[in-house]
Ligand binder design. Structure first.
Ligand SMILES: Cc1ncc(COP(=O)(O)O)c(C=O)c1O
Length: 419
């Protein structure tokens, strides 16, 4: 059986290990929830203070020009583009993932229907993150029955794409299981049926290798507050393939997505390219914090970039699975994530009939993951700040909680609003 020293040895040889110092992480805390809310880069408070005190406090309205606020969505978008296989000028950081999904779905449906009015289906996975399904359902309702949403079992997704499909809408890495689609293969299969493909990269950007151009995807959206470390409620991002630039129309046609916002024309003319997906005034303070988070990921460039992050991520998740299965297997934990590393994102999930109180007991002991209904213990691994010894220590605590059944204490049964 592996010892703690074996894990410490892996940390010594890890080229990404020094990057942990970029983050504020409380001593003794093992944070395995960066897939939900990334840790705070140490530079973020100073940058936010500078934006508030200097750029806003002193610069006031002038800062839209002098501090580059008006370009910030595009600048941060360019940085995110480097992490997802997009090109400069193709990504903007705006709105939330849910709102961006609404915009791209509407645009994709219109493009599909301009080609063929018989294309009335949005196909997705029933176990997709609920907001994705709700947004599709909301859009279908708005379009008064012209569109049907079919959320099917994962195994049936590709077989469900047909000549009636307008859009295949999938999340690259599943939020509850960590299962990862082969983006290029799935995109090609759906496009062969004439469908457009929209990818949600919420659990991918900053954690796994994504190459939107190589996959020939149509649209993509994703979160800023998970592996991009942008802070709670950070702006999300949106990308479209440039082949759609001229024709894509999005319904939230706000003034800052206009070709000439300061012409104040009463009629809407969309800006060129992805800029038309901007709607209203961007949240400058949040964008500044997001930029710090994205920079923290880009800082891995000299140590191998996303490829090195992915390599460490698979090593961490594999070590976690192996440790749990060799040490706590008899306590009713069942692996829900794919066993094969290339099919798994940067998280590991186990089911257990008492998953909720077990996670509360873990959190009380300083091992922070999260619970996803009905019975999932979810652990995220952010290679920029998660160490191999964290894997060993987290499993040690989990085994103890399971063997002593300390999770049975009444204080661990109480559910709060956020799980
Ligand atoms: C796959 C996926 N999409 C979308 C969202 C939600 O995005 P937002 O609440 O930022 O709109 C989440 C949140 O966890 C998610 O996991």
């Amino acid at each position: 059986m592996k010892q703690r020293a074996d894990f410490a040895g892996l940390d010594v040889n890890d080229a990404l290990a020094p990057l942990r110092d970029q983050f504020f992480l409380e001593e003794g805390l093992i944070y395995l929830d960066g897939n939900s809310l990334g840790a705070m880069p140490r530079i973020t408070p100073n940058r936010v203070r500078e934006v508030v005190e200097h750029e806003w406090g002193q610069g006031l309205i002038r800062s839209w020009n002098t501090a580059g606020w008006i370009e910030l969505s595009a600048c941060v978008g360019d940085k995110i583009a480097r992490l997802i296989g997009a090109r400069p000028g193709e990504v903007v950081a705006v709105d939330s993932t849910s709102v961006n999904l609404f915009k791209v779905l509407a645009a994709a449906i219109q493009i599909a229907q301009r080609r063929d009015l018989q294309r009335t289906h949005i196909i997705s996975e029933a176990s997709n993150f609920p907001t994705d399904l709700y947004i599709a359902q909301g859009l279908a309702q708005l379009l008064q029955g012209q569109i049907e949403v079919h959320a099917v079992e994962r195994a049936d997704v590709l077989a469900s794409v047909s000549r009636k499909t307008a859009v295949l809408m999938l999340t690259h890495v599943n939020y509850r299981t960590g299962a990862m689609w082969d983006m290029a293969a799935v995109t090609a299969a759906a496009q062969a049926q004439g469908a457009l493909v929209v990818w949600d990269l919420a659990h991918s950007a900053g954690a796994v290798e994504v190459d939107l151009h190589a996959a020939n995807a149509d649209f993509a959206i994703g979160c800023g507050y998970k592996y991009l470390n942008g802070g709670p409620g950070a702006p999300a991002f949106v990308w479209m393939h440039p082949r759609h630039s001229a024709q894509a129309q999005q319904p939230l046609a706000g003034w800052l997505g206009h070709a000439a916002p300061f012409a104040f024309s009463p009629d809407y003319t969309p800006a060129a390219g992805i800029a038309r997906f901007v709607c209203g005034t961007p949240p400058v303070i949040s964008l500044a914090a997001l930029e710090c988070g994205v920079d923290s990921v880009l800082s891995a460039q000299s140590a191998g970039g996303i490829a090195a992050i992915r390599k460490k991520s698979t090593a961490l998740t594999q070590a976690f699975i192996d440790q749990i299965e060799s040490r706590c297997a008899s306590f009713g934990l069942e692996l829900v994530s794919p066993r094969q590393a290339h099919l798994r994102g940067s998280q590991v999930c186990f089911s257990h009939s008492n998953a909720f109180p077990i996670m509360q007991a873990l959190i009380a002991r300083g091992v922070v993951g999260d619970f996803r209904a009905p019975n999932i213990l979810r652990f995220g691994f952010t290679p920029l700040y998660t160490r191999f010894v964290d894997v060993f220590d987290a499993v040690e605590v989990l085994c103890e909680i399971l063997s002593t059944q300390s999770w049975q204490q009444a204080r661990f049964q109480k559910r709060q609003a956020v799980t």
